[in-house]
Design a protein around this ligand. Structure first.
Ligand code: SAH
Length: 495
């Protein structure tokens, strides 16, 4: 089983950055053992202009059978011979996906300690898989990869080159090319879609597969036109799991698309000012609470950290008291959507001078974020793994240090009031945690104390007497603002 990933580069952006991204040095051939054989990572070429990493998986067919899951294709009962004579050793399948997950796990998560800025950057990528079992044929291969921004070449492999009249095999030679994806996205596409095309998982599908699928599918699966087929095949058609996954995807989609609903509602409100019958969506209540808090602290230069698809940035732009608005997000895709929403390319000069979207990770200090009046973290902290949270705290409260920081996050106690939410589930597939009011307050107070801020809490949405509000907000204010404030340019001049 074989797969290559290539990129091109320039002296400023060398192709060999691929080595940093994959956490595998281009000069070394490396070997990893997996439960089904040995994975090799090597670089057939590694120059500034062009770099290719190859993942070669040698499958141990005997080990596969001993583990009892060396199925023949299509879930048919294992014929004695089919256990040993099958396509497992050479066709890219769920085994290759498992190897990608094991060998490139940091790259999949978009982590790179040595070069933290790299994972978020899209770069020219080319992926080649010489033998991909494709149930559904080349058309399905295109239908799965093209909506994700790949240019797809899927050539059917003849059953036997010596006998063309036998027709094509079920395999295709796959070539994917894109300029607009990050390596993490590319690997997560492969991790999910290789087994989907193979459609014969080598291991028993358990309920944590749903989490794996949603995590790997973050940012692309909810809106994929074939998300139902992908989900059902990935989970080996186990219906209860598939239904759970589809429900959770629907929640993600709702969270992501509520802005369009919001716009529709905003317009309706403008037209008839009749709000009585329709409950105001939580996203609108949140935005209103944030705007009110920003007004209250008199901020005019504002950071929207983890701005997502730019809904808050858009609202801030409509209010002229905000003179400089910077949206920051780690996701290039979110920023692309934000820039489309804001129509940045068609904006008048005066408007355009007020707003900027920048890509960056909040887990790293960033000089570009220093010196603002206020920073908003709206529904962002819960998207970080808990061990990464201190890094964000330092980057925001220790390094960027705006006068005011507004943080909103779900109140997990409220989840029982959420009718569509199955018990014990979080509100969004990508939430790494959801806190009670007490947990959030304890965190906020510690952060405030550590970095010299005062903190106050405000409920957002209906404050249920028993379980509290759906969203909780903390407003941090720099305690020593007069003592440490740097003089403005005007004050400096006057002095
Ligand atoms: N603030 C928006 C979006 C919330 S979704 C709103 O209230 O609707 C969370 C956002 O945080 C996503 O867009 C995600 O890409 C971003 N994000 C997650 N981890 C991040 C990190 N480490 N650095 C920057 N942005 C991050």
């Amino acid at each position: 089983m074989f797969l290559t990933i290539s990129t091109t580069g320039t002296p400023e952006r060398p192709a060999t950055d691929l080595g940093f991204l994959l956490h595998k040095h281009p000069d070394n051939a490396q070997i990893f053992s997996t439960s089904y054989g040995t994975a090799h990572v090597l670089y057939p070429e590694a120059t500034v202009e062009r770099c290719t990493a190859a993942l070669l998986l040698e499958v141990d067919a005997v080990a596969l059978v001993r583990r009892g899951k060396g199925k023949g294709r299509g879930g048919a009962p294992d014929a004695a011979l089919a256990q040993y004579v099958n396509d497992r050793p050479y066709a890219a399948s769920s085994l290759l996906a498992v190897a990608i997950g094991a060998v490139f796990s940091s790259a999949m998560k978009g982590q790179c300690t040595a070069r933290p800025e790299l994972p978020a950057e899209a770069r020219p990528l080319r992926v080649e898989v010489p033998a991909l079992p494709a149930r559904g044929g080349a058309d399905l291969v295109r239908g799965l990869f093209e909506p994700l921004g790949w240019t797809v070449t899927a050539e059917p492999v003849p059953l036997d080159v010596r006998f063309p009249e036998w027709g094509d095999s079920r395999y295709v030679r796959l070539e994917l090319a894109s300029e607009e994806l990050t390596l993490s996205e590319a690997l997560r596409h492969l991790y999910v879609l290789l087994p989907v095309l193979d459609d014969a998982k080598h291991y028993w599908v358990s309920s944590d597969e749903v989490d794996k699928l949603l995590r790997a599918g973050e940012g692309w699966l909810p809106d994929h036109p074939e998300h139902k087929l992908i989900t059902s095949r990935y989970l080996s058609r186990r219906w209860s799991l598939t239904r759970e996954a589809l429900e959770r995807l629907e929640l993600v989609r709702l969270a992501e698309t509520d802005d369009t609903e919001v716009e529709a509602i905003d317009n309706a409100v403008d037209e008839e000012t009749d709000t009585e019958e329709k409950p105001v969506p939580l996203a609108v209540l949140r935005r209103d609470a944030i705007l009110a808090a920003l007004h209250a602290c008199g901020a005019s230069r504002v950071l929207d950290l983890g701005c997502g698809q730019g809904q808050l940035v858009q609202a801030l732009l409509k209010d002229t008291r905000f003179t400089e608005i910077v949206g920051v997000d780690v996701s290039m895709r979110a920023l692309t959507i934000a820039s489309r929403r804001l129509k940045l390319d068609r904006m008048g000069e005066r408007q355009a001078a007020r707003v900027r979207l920048v890509q960056g990770s909040l887990a790293y200090t960033d000089r570009r974020l220093k010196g603002y009046d206020a920073a908003v973290l709206s529904e962002v902290i819960e998207h970080l793994d808990l061990p990464r949270l201190p890094a964000l705290e330092y980057a925001v409260f220790g390094s960027a240090r705006p006068r005011t920081v507004l943080v909103t996050t779900p109140n997990v106690e409220y989840n029982v009031r959420w009718e569509t939410l199955p018990a014990g589930h979080s509100r969004h597939g990508d939430h790494r945690f959801e806190w009670t009011r007490e947990e959030f307050r304890a965190w906020a107070r510690t952060v405030a104390e550590r970095h010299g801020y005062d903190v106050e809490f405000t409920p957002v949405g209906l404050d249920d007497p028993e379980v509290g509000p759906p969203t909780q907000m903390a407003a941090f204010t720099l305690a020593t603002v007069t003592a440490t404030a740097t003089p403005t340019a005007k004050e400096e001049k006057a002095a």
